[in-house]
Design a protein around this ligand. Structure first.
Ligand code: KIV
Ligand code: ZN
Length: 535
């Protein structure tokens, strides 16, 4: 960020950390290709900075930062490091091809972090930070410093640290409420205090990074902006460590909707919010709660008669945001088999899905199957079909061709599956289980033979009604670590009007993902691997 940017007081920079802090959500591991896909969506949406990963932490993170640096040209690409030379070297190497690289380094500033985690003194901790910034500055101009656990630190000490790291060359100072402990009043005052007491603060942008442990992340972020912060660190759908981070869509829409109050705005193309939220949910396997602000399935649903009556007379009686402005579907639009290719293509484009011909043909064939079974296909069914057919950013080793189940209260649930394997060979097998889904999973295990444990299984109806498309999301844990990390949980999703078929698809999806990750790890270890580290 140059001086003229810093002077642009009316803009709040959006620093997206979905691929770093967001990916630290339990079980949200993404493959390198999936991270690149999310990064492309973030660029299209107009985020200013993408925190692409923590390069030294694993080969997967290193590769992801490297690939994103090569492909994304219009955003600042940032890599996280601890305050040591090895971490900074790894980040600099991974960011080498970035058009605008940023190293994000730092360490704790609260006494509990300094004395109990780092086992050092305040003075020494400050010096580590200064040394880390100076070291990073040898390689990149743009260095962001995080003062971890600033929300619980002694403000007087925090001011000293910030002044020292800005003197050492930090261009952005990140003030994290790492544990989600502060209230909006406190956090806003903390930022005001920094502006008043850090004498060189005009040489850096203040960034805020809030966690949601008490459900106040968005409120704290906005209070920080009111206090003088001009960069917000956020994730799509608010995913992240523990209770998550501030949610990008909430912060962006609060600033946009209440521009009269904040007198500030971001550069986000808000119509990309909903599609990008869905992409992240599909790839991470973390469902968006229905009542989630801005992007939840019910965010624009009016069910009470009084509200419906009001909205029909005048939308703004009960809606402060037009769903179209965030790219959310108006679910009343129904398609049928008679809508044809043209009608379907048009609706998909309205929903922000620009598919190539091959992808469109797959979606069209599935659409016909669903339309045949349930006559009226609404937007949420369509979203489920697109997610199922298109959002697969890895090579599919096994393809599920057929599932057949027999079950009932007087029979042993038995399943037969037919799958196409790696060399195109067809394999058929059968097994029985405690229920139809168990029987299908056992039959698939007999074909694929990949050891794993099923750790989560959930079914959601994409639409109302007995004929709704069912969406199954599962998580499996590989028996052995993959990719040099302990994060060996893979999610899968599948959609079908038959939930047993949807379950089989979800399981096959997750297994294919696990196999792809193993292959990626092998390719990487062939090319010389790094040691894994956790933050
Ligand atoms: O929450 C936190 O303090 C962080 C830092 C690493 C920026 O995520
Ligand atoms: Zn964090």
């Amino acid at each position: 960020m140059d001086e003229s940017d810093i002077a642009a007081r009316g803009t709040v920079y959006v620093f997206d950390t979905t691929l770093r802090d967001g990916e630290q959500s339990p079980g949200a591991a993404l493959s390198v290709d999936e991270k690149v896909e999310v990064a492309r969506a973030l660029e299209e949406m107009g985020v200013d900075v993408i925190e692409a990963g923590f390069p030294i932490s694993s080969p997967g993170d290193f590769r992801a930062v490297q690939r994103i640096s090569e492909e994304i040209r219009s955003c600042v690409i940032c890599g996280l490091t601890r305050a040591n030379e090895a971490d900074i070297d790894a980040a600099v190497e991974a960011l080498a091809q970035a058009a605008r690289p940023r190293v994000h380094t730092g360490l704790g500033v609260s006494d509990v972090h300094i004395y109990s985690k780092l086992h050092t003194t305040r003075e020494e901790a400050k010096q580590w930070g200064v040394d880390a910034v100076k070291y990073a500055k040898r390689f990149v101009e743009d260095v962001q410093y995080f003062a971890e656990d600033a929300g619980r630190a002694d403000p007087a000490y925090l001011y000293q640290v910030l002044e020292a790291v800005i003197n050492a060359g930090a261009t952005v100072v990140n003030i994290p409420d790492t544990t989600g402990y502060t209230t909006p009043e406190e956090f806003g005052s903390l930022i005001e205090g920094i502006k008043e007491n850090v004498t060189n603060i005009d040489r850096a942008v203040i960034s805020v990074h809030c966690h949601n442990d008490l459900g106040m992340a968005t409120a704290n972020t906005l209070a920080g902006v009111r206090g003088g912060a001009r960069q917000v660190e956020v994730t799509l759908n608010g995913i992240g460590e523990r209770a998550g981070n501030s949610s990008l869509e909430e912060v962006v829409m609060a600033l946009r909707t209440r521009r009269d109050f904040f007198e500030l705005d971001t550069r986000i193309e808000t119509r990309r919010l909903y599609p990008t939220s869905r992409l992240v949910s599909q790839l991470t396997g973390i469902a968006v709660q229905p009542n989630k602000a801005i992007v939840g399935a019910n965010a624009f649903a009016h069910s009470s008669g009084i509200h419906q009556d009001g909205v029909l007379k005048e939308r703004t009686t009960y809606e402060i945001i037009n769903p179209r402005d965030v790219g959310a579907p108006e679910s009343a639009i129904i398609l049928s088999a008679r809508s044809g290719r043209h009608g379907l293509r048009h609706r998909l484009e309205e929903l922000g899905h620009s598919l190539d011909d091959a992808q469109f043909e797959k979606v069209y064939q599935r659409f016909l199957e669903v339309a045949d079974k349930k006559k009226a296909v609404d937007t949420r069914d369509l979203e489920a079909i697109v997610a199922d057919e298109v959002q697969m950013f890895f090579e599919e080793t096994y393809h599920l061709e057929l599932v057949q189940v027999s079950c009932g209260n007087h029979s042993i649930p038995t399943a037969t599956v037919r799958m196409r394997g790696p060399d195109g060979q067809i394999v058929c097998d059968a097994d029985h289980g405690t229920g139809p889904v168990d029987a299908v999973y056992r039959a698939i295990n007999r074909v694929i033979g990949e050891q794993n444990e099923l750790i989560e299984f959930s079914v959601q109806a994409a639409t109302e009604g007995i004929d709704a498309v069912g969406r199954v999301t599962i998580r499996i844990q590989a028996d052995e670590p993959v990719n040099g990390t302990e994060r060996t949980v893979y999610s899968g999703h599948g959609a079908d009007t038959d939930i047993v078929v949807a379950s089989a698809k979800a399981y096959t999806f997750a297994l294919n993902r696990l196999i792809a990750a193993r292959r990626e790890a092998q390719d990487w270890s062939g090319a010389g691997c790094r040691k894994s580290t956790s933050y």
